[in-house]
Design a binder for this molecule. Structure first.
Ligand code: Z5A
Length: 214
């Protein structure tokens, strides 16, 4: 895989954590510092990836096997890396991505119970060592997140899962954060939006300072 020059930032979290509410805020912070940002999401980010997203989130294939779900996530990711993420990083742009491989560990590993080593094998194959430089994990209690998410549109194929599923997703995210303290920063997402954004501003500000001349 080609050596990258830009920085790769991902945002993760459970249901209703506020990713959508905060991604534009993060993009503004980066752009205000003169950084050229490519803003994208997973699953999706490419035409093929968005088609895969429809298969994954829609209700046409409700009984999809968990391995199929995992492989589709990584198929979309391979396309995303090849067409969007790597070209942008190699051109010196920063990439801001709504979810990435931590979500595969959390949802397919923690949530669905797929062995983490099998996810790791796919990660190695598809990413060949590429990892985000910074990950913001928006964390909040399951009840709060589900209450917030419930006030929105019709639930997708993941949002209809039981509470225990989301507890496992959250626990896996927190395990990753504990194991990778340099990369993953936990943001308390249960507090009002202005306070969430204060925490984000601090982490992003420091990251820009450390990397703007890199
Ligand atoms: N998935 C996977 O399984 N494996 C993978 O590898 C990948 C993904 C990459 C993609 O959905 C799904 O794919 C996801 C995991 C799975 N599962 N689900 N569902 P997504 O990421 O596109 O959708 P989502 O997770 O449901 O995110 P969302 O719908 O965009 O929600 P959100 O961005 O976290 O929340 P929000 O829309 O910003 O906020 C929710 C509501 O709360 C909204 O009304 C806000 O106004 C409100 N809100 C937000 N923040 C606050 C605060 N601080 N206080 C009060 N109210 C707030």
């Amino acid at each position: 895989m080609t050596v990258k020059k830009g920085k790769f930032i991902t945002v993760e979290g459970g249901e209703g954590a506020g990713k959508s509410s905060n991604l534009a805020f993060i993009r503004d912070l980066l752009e205000q510092s003169g950084i050229e940002v490519v803003f994208t999401r997973e699953p999706g980010g490419t035409a093929l990836g968005e088609d895969i997203r429809d298969l994954l989130l829609g209700h046409k294939h409700t009984g999809m096997a968990r391995d199929t779900e995992l492989l589709l996530m990584f198929a979309a990711r391979a396309e995303h890396l090849a067409r969007i993420i790597l070209p942008a990083l190699n051109a010196g742009k920063w990439v801001l991505c709504d979810r990435f491989t931590d979500a595969s560990y959390a949802y397919q590993g923690g949530g669905r119970g797929i062995d983490m080593s099998r996810i790791g094998a796919l990660e190695t194959w598809v990413q060949q060592g590429l990892k985000p430089d910074l990950t913001l994990l928006l964390d909040l209690p399951i009840e709060t997140g589900l209450d917030r998410a419930g006030q929105r549109s019709e639930p997708d194929r993941f949002e209809v899962e039981q509470r225990a599923f989301f507890e496992r997703v959250r626990a896996t995210y927190l395990d990753i954060a504990q194991a990778e303290t340099q990369r993953v920063h936990i943001v308390d997402a249960a507090v009002p939006l202005t306070q969430v954004q204060q925490q984000i501003e601090q982490v992003i500000g420091q990251f820009i300072q450390e990397n703007s001349n890199a």
